[in-house]
Design a protein around this ligand. Structure first.
Ligand SMILES: [Zn+2]
Length: 406
């Protein structure tokens, strides 16, 4: 082998190892131009150009050479980079206590198509997962898009390495249901290409918000959210989900925030899960949930439309105070640099941001010393987008290998 060939191969391999990081930078919006990509990757302009061209040839990104820099800016305008709107997609699925939904999600966290949300969930996980995968397969058939993988979000901790739903407290599913294997089997059975993954819905929401939403740039991101029932938490450390030794970290729903409170499904009492979820708010406001709309939607409507009613307002304040107590405990333990709130918690923050921040500050050691920013989640369907992130991960890790397999 002569030196010239070795050099060319080395350059090729270096370029290949930069494909994944380059794709992740474009996917998360952190490299809007080739100049930024060059700087972020720490490579030469020629290498960055070759990497961008390769990703474009793979149908993953677009390189736009039309001048994009504003008049008067220094230097030559740089090529603009964006995800390819006609590129491949992944199938994302979400099951929650009030139904399920399938979607096709492109790079950049862009929802390309969704099925209408179903409103009943069978007690048999295989039945539900079969239905949601069929809904996704129908979307793929309608759109004709190439699918490179699938991800599922469930309202339960998912034990690793088994891939079992350990505590689907708000579904009638048996504890320990092998959801990851069942989902993967259904995906294969529907003829959908690529690997299949499963994760907890709030973990996945946090991952999506970190990459595309309110969590961008945070190094120690804490996410707390109500699903349709119950409360979950997640921590994204340096861009990766912290899931603990067996996938069960951040089960924040079972922090006690009211020792005399309501009995919880976990066997304890006064947990964040039952003291700050949509049902808790409706009950505190003296409302009986109606048959129309999910509990989350009914709680949202009450908060948005009747906040001036003193009973509704004091119910909201009670929930905010309990949520604040829970967040303060988490701030003391985890010392996050940002907290983001989803589901009903996001709406409660919007309704009275000062009250929640004041409770967290008063009740936490680190809150007092500086103040942790508390922000609302910004993505619609962030658990679905997060499920898609799981499916995109192999492509982000090694685009050539992943696309060759899918
Ligand atoms: Zn509990």
């Amino acid at each position: 082998m002569n030196g010239k060939v070795t050099t060319a191969r080395t350059r090729l391999e270096r370029g290949r190892s930069a494909l994944g990081p380059a794709l992740e930078l474009v996917h998360t919006g952190r490299a809007p131009t080739r100049a930024v990509l060059t700087a972020e990757l720490g490579v030469t302009r020629a290498t960055a150009g070759a990497v961008a061209a390769e990703l474009e040839a793979l149908g993953l990104i677009r390189v736009d050479s039309r001048p994009g820099a504003a008049a008067g800016s220094q230097g030559r305008p740089s090529h603009r980079l964006s995800v390819d709107a006609n590129g491949p997609v992944v199938l994302a699925a979400q099951v929650h206590s009030d139904g399920f939904r399938a979607a096709l999600v492109g790079l950049g966290g862009r929802i390309v198509a969704t099925s209408p949300g179903a409103v009943t969930v069978s007690a048999d996980p295989a039945q539900v997962l079969g239905e949601v995968v069929d809904a996704g397969a129908a979307l793929l058939a309608e759109t004709g898009l190439r699918c490179v993988g699938a991800g599922l979000a469930v309202p339960s901790a998912v034990a690793e390495p088994e891939g079992t739903a350990l505590n689907p407290l708000h579904l009638a599913w048996p504890a320990g249901a092998p959801v990851r294997d069942v989902f993967a089997e259904r995906v294969r059975g529907a003829g959908i290409a690529g690997p299949a993954f499963t994760g907890n819905d709030v973990n996945l929401a946090a991952l999506a918000e970190h990459r595309h939403g309110a969590g961008r740039g945070a190094a120690h991101l804490l996410c707390v959210a109500t699903g349709h029932r119950g409360v979950g938490g997640a921590l994204v450390l340096d861009g990766r989900l912290h899931t603990g030794s067996s996938g069960l970290a951040l089960e924040v729903g079972h922090l006690t925030v009211n020792p005399e409170g309501r009995p919880c499904y976990c066997g304890s009492r006064g947990c964040l899960d039952v003291e700050t979820d949509p049902l808790a708010f409706l009950t505190a406001a003296g409302r009986t949930p109606g048959p129309e709309g999910s509990l989350l939607q009914q709680a949202r409507d009450l908060l948005r439309n009747e906040y001036t009613d003193t009973v509704v307002r004091s119910a909201a304040e009670e929930i905010v105070d309990r949520l604040g107590l829970g967040l303060a405990g988490l701030v003391n333990i985890l010392n996050p640099d940002r907290i983001i709130l989803g589901g009903l918690h996001r709406e409660l923050l919007d309704a009275d941001p000062e009250r929640l921040r004041a409770v967290v500050t008063d009740r936490s050691l680190w809150g007092r010393s500086g103040g942790v920013p508390i922000l609302p989640c910004t993505l619609d369907h962030n658990s679905l987008v997060g499920a898609a992130e799981l499916a995109w991960q192999p492509v982000l890790d090694d685009p050539l290998a992943a696309l060759a397999q899918a």
